[in-house]
Design a protein around this ligand. Structure first.
Ligand code: PMT
Length: 222
């Protein structure tokens, strides 16, 4: 029987993609299904945590009994995450937030007659980096990194630049890892410099291992 070892913790989880609209009927998005973030919510809830999920459109239903805040765009996610952040003892950011959004939102549907349109993109704010700048010492900040090349170097620099306690690195070019599958292959990177490589396993098992590490990190802040 799994102990309720997260009792008293309030875990804020982000999951899924964001959608960045171009016009009233079109948007730019990515392949995130939300499965990784939902697995974290499910395991955290079973282990006794109070769970708040902030997510884009998901391909599966969140577990009953968690608080679910639905958003569409990265800007909306940012507003809601910053609002919820002070109440959280740990934040786990599994969402695939769009790095860019169309610079302008057309009021009417873009028509196909006339010139071929050019899409101009502008940068979205980095929500995780913002949390890293404002977090309290008792709050544990866990980020993800989805990389396809220079995986380890990019992961290590994200851990440092975003001031994270822990980073879950997935090489999303590997079969059985990353977007829209039931398994993942991850490496944990810690602020301390410690690293742990995991074999392929279910996203639920990955979720439990992340939560074990969160408990350990939290115990060091008290
Ligand atoms: O949803 P699934 O289909 O189950 O797939 C899981 C997953 C591959 C989406 C997940 O395991 C994962 O890696 N999530 C992070 C994807 C991502 O956007 O990685 P990134 O390296 O671009 O971003 C790094 C971190 O910064 C992430 O924690 C992200 O939430 C955060 N971020 C990124 C951009 C931004 N503007 N704001 C952010 O907060």
């Amino acid at each position: 029987l799994m102990p309720r070892d997260l009792q008293g913790e309030h875990i804020l989880v982000t999951a899924g993609p964001t959608e960045e609209p171009l016009d009233p009927v079109r948007f730019i998005t990515n392949r995130s299904s939300g499965k990784m973030g939902l697995a974290i919510c499910k395991r955290a809830q079973i282990r006794g945590a109070e769970v708040t999920l902030i997510s884009g459109p998901l391909k599966a239903e969140p577990p009953n009994g968690i608080r679910h805040i639905r958003i569409r765009t990265a800007l909306e996610m940012r507003d809601r995450v910053l609002e919820e952040f002070p109440r959280a003892s740990a934040v786990i950011k599994a969402a695939a937030v769009a790095d860019f959004r169309p610079a302008s939102l057309e009021r009417d549907k873009i028509k196909k007659d006339g010139m071929e349109p050019t899409i101009v993109l502008t940068k979205n704010p980095d929500i995780l980096a913002e949390l890293g700048r404002t977090k309290r010492p008792d709050q544990i900040l866990v980020g993800f990194a989805a990389e396809t090349r220079d995986v380890l170097e990019n992961g290590r620099s994200k851990l440092k630049n975003k001031n994270l306690d822990m980073l879950v690195l997935n090489d999303v070019s590997k079969p059985g890892a990353g977007f829209d599958c039931d398994t993942n292959i991850v490496r944990f990177l810690f602020r301390s410099g410690e690293e742990e490589q995991m074999d392929i396993m279910s996203k639920e098992k990955v979720a439990d291992l992340i939560l074990d590490r969160v408990i350990r990190l939290r115990s060091k802040t008290e």
